[in-house]
Each structure stands twice: as structure tokens, then as C-alpha cells.
Design a protein around this ligand. Structure first.
Ligand SMILES: [Zn+2]
Length: 140
């Protein structure tokens, strides 16, 4: 399973104690999931939220990017036909054709940047359409 997580220390709203949030993104069953579990060190507060789709809360994305750095998705053969690329991008993000075109242009000319899990999900979809891609992370 592809996943990436980060621990965030924050303040418990119940008791003002130290609350540790264990949050992250993963790919399960071909979909993007994000989840957060919190446990307070001082009171019994604990919760778990999980959801899936494109809408990972921005705070979670930023925490992952800050902790692990962004991942870059590149085409191994940028000169190849753009049709499968457009198709894959639209499947993943539910984009309009115009939005998918601009994203595909970005991918062809430079690379797409996002969290590791987001780029791996796109990469899997692109490979499904026989498009060669690599995902590079700053850690190698
Ligand atoms: Zn507490």
C-alpha cells in the first residue's frame, strides 16, 4: 500500500493538553484516502476521521509537503501522444477537457508537483493507459 503520514503536535480543545495528530494520505482500492487520528496525552479525547477523493484538507497536504517535500511526476517520453495523458488526468481529477489540457501541457513541458501519494495515484492511472512516467521525491 502506498501511503505517507506525518505527526502534528497541537493543543487539545478539551483540556488544553498536548494533542498528537497522526495524519496522512494513502491509496487503497485505487482511490485517494486521507485520514486523521488524534489522541490527547492528558484526557480521553480521541477521534478518527477518514474520507477519500480529491479534497484532502489543505492543512494535511501542507503538513505532508513540509515534512516530506514535494514529489514530481514526469513523463519518460514527453513527445508521445497526449491523448492517453488527457484521458488519465480526467479520470483521476474529474477535470474538464480544458483543465486536463492545461495540466497535460504542464506535465509535458516540466512536471507536476504534489504530495507523494497524489503523484503516485496519477502515475498509476497514467501507466494504466500505457504512459511511461516517473515519480521523483526530494529524498531520492
Ligand atoms: Zn485533552
Amino acid at each position: 500500500m502506498i501511503s505517507q503520514g506525518v505527526k502534528i503536535t497541537t493543543q487539545c480543545v478539551g483540556c488544553d493538553g498536548v494533542l498528537i495528530l497522526d495524519t496522512g494520505q494513502s491509496i487503497e482500492g485505487g482511490r485517494l484516502w486521507w485520514g486523521t487520528e488524534g489522541a490527547c496525552q492528558c484526557c480521553p479525547a480521541a477521534w478518527c476521521e477518514q474520507d477519500f477523493g480529491d479534497a484532502t484538507p489543505e492543512g494535511i497536504r501542507q503538513a505532508l509537503l513540509a515534512e516530506h517535500g514535494p514529489a514530481r511526476l514526469r513523463l519518460t517520453a514527453p513527445e508521445a501522444s497526449g491523448v492517453p495523458v488527457l484521458r488519465a488526468l480526467r479520470e483521476v481529477h474529474g477535470l474538464s477537457l480544458a483543465q486536463a489540457r492545461s495540466l497535460a501541457d504542464e506535465l509535458k513541458t516540466t512536471s507536476l508537483v504534489g504530495t507523494f501519494v497524489e503523484m503516485e495515484l496519477l502515475a498509476a492511472r497514467l501507466r494504466h493507459h500505457c504512459v511511461g512516467v516517473t515519480v521523483e521525491t526530494s529524498s531520492g
